[in-house]
Ligand binder design. Structure first.
Ligand code: CNA
Length: 324
């Protein structure tokens, strides 16, 4: 019996009915959003050539204070509900929830696609934050989320604080910032309850989320292109390759079907996006925009930063420890 058949048996027999899911950027690459680390296509292989001192700088508060343009361009491109839609894997997770089999999803993604897929709030922990709220990086005051969205999505500008004038950012967890309290609180409850862990589309490089597979006592199944965790014989399974393709096979084995749903989108945004040639814009243009911003800002401040592999590695090290 293959891995997917064994997994289906666990579910059909009722042995797996409180399923915990840990997912990352790999569940969204099918939507057209690059992950961080896939060689060639990942953001890390592409952002570094656009004037950032090292790729992770785009998610650093101090860098955002000085040079917000790169993150603003990324946020403009990624803003949930405008261009990218949930993948089959997201819709499968929604189906797990509908069937009462989902204990919780811990997503490292900031693209909001789980939310857009209709996964209920109480079943979802967006470990690294989301775009639905925003606050000032200096005084911490909450900003009006709609205004922030307009400033970034419509105007392509950096939102600033009405109280202190500091830069405002959507509540995405940057390196060095703490994860939401809810993450720690719910994880404590969920770890002893979980009877199956699905690890999907993550390189397990970012702590503390990367520690979840070692916390659980239940069976674990890895849906990923790469073998990123130790597979314990007789207890874990590895389903290698594209997660959407494997989820489709899994759905066929289970005899489950996914009814296409209309994704909630803001019609005003769609209109604005289309007048801005948004449909034509591809990820290459995102990088080009980042380049323009980075070059403009660099020209203004002439910071003299350059990309070097040493700095890149230093940044990666930072990432492993930064999100706590
Ligand atoms: P990562 O480090 O880029 O790893 C992604 C993993 O998924 C790799 O092991 C890939 O081989 C694998 N992968 C890529 N595509 C597929 C696919 N179609 N099917 C199966 N496996 C695939 O990303 P992580 O999520 O592990 O790193 C955590 C970071 C990434 C978080 O801080 C996120 O905020 C950040 N991130 C988020 C997004 C997003 O929101 N969509 C995009 C890029 C980065």
């Amino acid at each position: 019996m293959g891995e997917l058949e064994q997994l289906a048996k666990l579910i059909e027999s009722g042995k797996a009915k409180r399923i915990l899911v840990l997912c990352g950027a790999g569940v969204s690459t099918g939507a057209g959003i690059p992950d961080f680390r896939s060689p060639g296509t990942g953001l890390y292989d592409n952002l570094q050539k656009y004037g950032l001192p090292y790729p992770e700088a785009i998610f650093e508060v101090n860098y955002y204070r000085k040079k917000p343009g790169a993150f603003v361009s990324l946020a403009h491109e990624l803003w949930p509900g405008i261009k990218f839609q949930p993948t089959l894997t997201h819709r499968f997770l929604k189906l797990l929830s509908d069937k009462g089999l989902l204990l919780r999803i811990y997503s490292q993604n900031i693209d909001g696609l789980e939310f857009l897929a209709g996964i209920p709030d109480d079943k979802l922990v967006e470990c690294h934050g989301h775009f639905r709220t925003a606050s000032c990086i200096d005084c911490g005051n909450a900003a009006n989320a709609e205004e922030v969205k307009e400033t970034i999505v419509r105007d392509g500008k950096t939102p600033t604080c009405n109280y202190c004038g500091g830069n405002v950012k959507p509540d995405i967890v940057f390196f060095g910032e703490g994860l939401p309290d809810r993450f720690h609180r719910l994880l404590k409850q969920d770890i002893p309850k979980a009877d199956l862990l699905l690890v999907m589309g993550t390189s397990l490089q970012v702590a503390p989320v990367s520690m979840i597979p070692n916390m659980v006592r239940c069976n674990r199944v890895l849906f990923n292109r790469d073998l990123v965790m130790k597979i314990r014989k007789g207890r874990d399974m590895f389903v290698p390759g594209n997660c959407d393709a494997n989820i489709q096979k899994f759905l066929d084995i289970l005899g489950w079907t996914i009814v296409p749903t209309t994704t909630p989108t803001d019609k005003t945004e769609e209109k604005e996006e289309s007048t801005d040639n948004g449909d034509e814009e591809n990820i290459e243009k995102l990088f080009a925009k980042i380049e323009i911003n980075a070059v403009e800002k660099q020209g203004q401040k002439n910071s003299g930063t350059s990309s070097s592999s040493g700095k890149k590695d230093e940044g990666k090290e930072k990432e492993k420890v930064a999100r706590k």
